[in-house]
Design a protein around this ligand. Sequence first.
Ligand SMILES: O=C(O)CCC(=O)C(=O)O
Ligand SMILES: [Fe+2]
Length: 351
Amino acid sequence: MDLRSATMRGVQSLAEAGIAHVPAQYIQPPQTRIGFSLVKHNNIDIPTIDLDPSQSKQLVREAIGSACRDWGAFHVINHGVPIPLLDEMRSAGLSFFERCSTQDKLCYACDPNLAATEGYGSKMLQSTDTAVLDWRDYFDHHTLPLARRNPSRWPHFPPSYRHVVSEYSDHMKLLADKLLAIISESLGLPSYVIGDAVGEFYQNITVSYYPPCPQPDITLGLQSHSDMGAITLLIQDHVEGLQVFKDGQWITVLPSPHAILVILADQTEIITNGKYKSAQHRAITNASRARLSVATFHDPAKTAKISPARELVNESSPARYREVIYGDYVTSWYTKGPEGKQNMDALLLKC
Ligand SMILES: O=C(O)CCC(=O)C(=O)O
Ligand SMILES: [Fe+2]
């Protein structure tokens, strides 16, 4: 197979072509390879917080407060989202990637020259780009506000696909609202403070598909980054691959099929004036099993001005970040690339 045309069709075609060596554009430099930094397996896991209404609200606030401070990411269980819906969402995504023909998938191809367009894609090398490519294909859906939601742009297969994504989107929004309220309260603020600072949610749902990779030691499924919006809700299948960076180590997030992973994103770090940090995370590859995740991003409008909440700024705790227009932040993220937390570092004020 012509490797160039296979690359245009995403990494799944490369994997299915049975290559033994990945094309050069997918090879990570030594410092971002998985062998470079410490990886802890299974002996520490990120916190799990039970949101069942029978739990003490005060204890839940405290548990969320420490998870946000220490990790920037945590699992929630008894979150109110029907478990069958989580399974339906994973299985709809998997059917698109594994049961649709390449030709069918390409009907939904997003414009590779534009950032964050809706549809099916894989990171492409731009002519000026020196970034290493991720071993990942994806389908991005624009789901909220409702005016952005156009299910006719989403896969027609399996037949339930469009209905499942719409229902999933609605449930994720409710959960994101609830979590931002508890996160505000965990800082001693009224429940509306962070939600009001973010404003109306712009929600995107990205299904990521990581085919088996013949050289997992020198590739990444998704390079290290923090999410740029306010809060991300993620589910994964039973295959390990997601890692969160904590205290100088990469920690694998063990799959937990009924749980939803909450990832604090950059705008929440700014609004909380750095009291809570966005989580740096990445996805690694493996040689034998495909992996699927579904990330639901909740972002401010591009015109929203984001700055530390006034309630958290005072003489003893001055503002640590300058105000940013969210759209400018997104542009800089796509221009400089997501690597690590470099985009947040650019907003830090010298206190
Ligand atoms: O696949 C994963 O688990 C991570 C996905 C992710 O971090 C993202 O889409 O921003
Ligand atoms: Fe992410």
